[in-house]
Design a protein around this ligand. Structure first.
Ligand code: NAD
Ligand code: UDP
Length: 349
């Protein structure tokens, strides 16, 4: 059984929740993260929540593109598998700075794969995204749907999936899980870790959260004329703790001898509109979210939700939480940490 895991980007939103589930599951974890979009306070909080298992976590502040530093880590530790979260993920920024995204996401991953190969570690779990489905012609999205990219960020996910498929075709010793996440939201129920994006959030729920704590005056709703029940866009929101557990399921699957380069959707299979999500958050928080209705945001799809059948059958994993729990836990985190990890309550200002 795999028990020593390297987690890249483990200080970030999804990474920190996954590292916690790994520690609670008895794994030894090494995190590398350059803290470009995160804080090492998340690492300390994860250690706190993990209790006695917290000491099984080692953190290195490091950029993946620093290949000699990466080599050193692999020289000193034999990993059973790597979970690779590290990457830049802001769609709008990727349109303005495509080379930044290609440099960070592609070069970082290629170096990681090279160092893994040279150290005989060929088990990888990779963060892909439902963005590779583009504007799907129908829903639910199955893993066989045609792939496309609507922006440079999405193109990095598409390229990296293809790179992984080529790598496996060249050497069947690789075992790779390409996990296509739908829309991760919420936070650990302790309220100690959660999403803390730098700058003005692009994604719906981090923005809603900032409106609720008074950091933003109102939520702009992008598009009211979609062909959906209330005219707003529909997505598949998934609780980040469910998503983290999906990674443990994927790791377990890596020990199945029949596994090659596999792709799985991680979603709930439920479609929720922007207005439904806002209503659920208002209910969970008791806060009114002022709304401004605007036109569609360029590149946004109308309706995206997952077919969950493949993950359920082959990973034996299924999301447990609904939007009520997602909103409740998101608010618990937000109300305790209104300025994220830098909240004055935490002694950081
Ligand atoms: P995040 O920004 O919170 O976490 C990513 C982490 O990677 C950050 O801590 C960042 O500092 C680190 N990082 C970035 N480039 C690095 C580099 N070159 N070297 C070392 N560390 C680096 O984002 P997240 O939401 O936790 O997303 C994790 C992964 O999942 C990303 O690859 C993202 O593209 C993917 N994903 C996210 C979503 C989402 O909506 N959050 C959806 C689909 C896929
Ligand atoms: N959205 C919105 N206002 C915002 C951010 C997002 O109306 O400030 C909408 C967006 O148009 C989409 C949904 O919320 O229909 C989810 O957007 P997000 O960026 O979180 O995820 P993605 O579009 O990448 O699935």
């Amino acid at each position: 059984m795999a028990n020593k895991i390297l987690v890249t980007g483990g200080a970030g939103y999804i990474g920190s929740h996954t590292v916690l589930q790994l520690l609670l599951g008895g794994y030894q974890v090494v995190v590398v993260d350059n803290l470009d979009n995160s804080s090492d306070v998340s690492i300390k909080r994860v250690q706190e929540i993990a209790g006695n298992n917290g000491s099984n976590l080692v953190f290195h502040k490091m950029d993946l593109r620093d290949k000699p530093a990466l080599e050193k880590i692999f020289d000193s530790t034999k990993f059973d598998a790597v979970i690779h979260f590290a990457g830049l993920k802001a769609v709008g920024e990727s349109v303005k700075k495509p080379l930044l995204y290609f440099n960070n996401n592609l070069i970082g991953t290629i170096y990681l794969l090279e160092v893994m190969a040279s150290h005989g570690c060929k088990k990888l779990v990779f963060s892909s995204s439902a963005t590779v489905y583009g504007w799907p012609k129908e829903v639910p999205c199955t893993e066989e749907f045609p792939l496309s990219a609507a922006n440079p960020y999405g193109r990095t996910k598409l390229f990296l999936e293809e790179i992984c498929r080529d790598l496996y075709n060249s050497d069947s010793g690789w075992k790779i899980m390409l996990l296509r996440y739908f829309n991760p939201v919420g936070a650990h129920p302790s309220g100690k870790i959660g999403e803390d994006p730098r700058g003005i959030p692009n994604n719906l729920m981090p923005f809603v959260q900032q409106v609720a704590v008074g950091r933003q005056p109102a939520l702009t709703i992008y598009g009211t004329d979609y062909v959906t029940k209330d005219g707003t866009g529909v997505r598949d929101y998934i609780h980040v703790v469910d998503l983290a557990d999906g990674h443990i399921a994927a790791l377990n699957k890596l020990s199945d001898p029949s596994v090659g380069c596999e792709v799985y959707n991680l979603g709930t299979g439920e479609g929720t509109s922007v207005l439904n999500m806002v209503a659920a958050f208002e209910k969970a928080s008791g806060k009114k979210i002022p709304l401004v209705f605007a036109g569609r945001r360029g590149g946004d799809a109308e309706i995206v939700y997952a077919s969950t059948a493949k993950a359920e059958k082959e990973l034996k994993w299924k999301a447990k939480y609904g939007i009520e729990e997602m909103c409740k836990d998101q608010w618990n985190w937000a109300s305790k940490n209104p300025y994220g990890y830098e909240s004055p309550e935490n002694g950081h200002h």
